[in-house]
Ligand binder design. Structure first.
Ligand SMILES: [Zn+2]
Ligand SMILES: [Zn+2]
Length: 221
């Protein structure tokens, strides 16, 4: 589903899946392929119906390495021929997270994939400049993608509509989560795109959501 000029949202399909976002520009970037192969099939059908073919995808990136977000990466890479770009913090945790998160969630280890290049502070897709923000807390290798010109933030499992990312998974850290949320809350954001659940549209709704999570979660986290 198109949610902004050149930005598409494909809703999570079930448990062990996550929202997928596509930014279409001179290069087409897909963020978080989701967790399971059969969900990937559904997602690709949905994309095709909206005019995006798997082979149009040039780059695959991940908000973090939990299996609900990255489990289908190897398959999507194979189908699309896209390159996989990971943040330096994600490279460091690639093997550890695959094992730990799978063990903790009680599912098998996801298929391994090759990393083609390392993301630094920004990524240029043509007309869209994305800033890559390292936002640990939910997991140490969590990142956000911020498009200043679109005022759009893809935030993974950092913050959701009226909720925040859990910190009880391996290497989660509540203090880091809070400071990462505080940091992204200063960005001028009109469209907040979380890894699960609903998207949040409108600057005042985004602002209210940060106020809500601070009030209801920061106290007891
Ligand atoms: Zn996660
Ligand atoms: Zn998740």
């Amino acid at each position: 589903m198109r949610i902004q000029d050149g930005v598409y949202w494909y809703k999570e399909k079930g448990l062990l899946d996550a929202n997928t976002y596509v930014i279409k520009d001179e290069l087409t970037l897909l963020i978080d392929p989701g967790g399971l192969e059969n969900y990937l099939g559904l997602r690709l059908e949905e994309m095709r119906a909206g005019g995006i073919d798997a082979r149009d995808i040039d780059l695959i990136a991940l908000t973090h390495l939990h299996p609900d977000h990255c489990g289908a990466t190897a398959s999507l890479k194979e189908i699309s021929g896209a390159k996989v770009a990971l943040h330096s913090s994600q490279l460091e945790y690639l093997d550890i997270m695959a094992e730990e998160a799978s063990r903790f969630l009680g599912i098998g280890t996801a298929k391994k994939f090759e990393v083609d290049f390392v993301l630094e502070e920004s990524l240029n897709l043509g007309n869209t400049e994305l800033r890559i923000l390292h936002t640990p807390g939910h997991s140490p290798e969590s990142i956000c993608f911020y498009a200043p010109a679109k005022k759009t933030l893809i935030c993974g499992d950092l913050v959701f509509e009226k909720s925040v990312g859990r910190t009880d998974l391996p290497f989660g850290c509540t203090e880091e989560l809070k400071s990462s949320i505080n940091r992204v809350s200063t960005l001028d954001t009109e469209l907040l795109l979380p890894g699960h659940g609903a998207i949040i549209e409108g600057r005042s709704n985004v602002k209210r959501n940060y106020e809500f999570v601070r009030e209801y979660y920061f106290g007891w986290l």
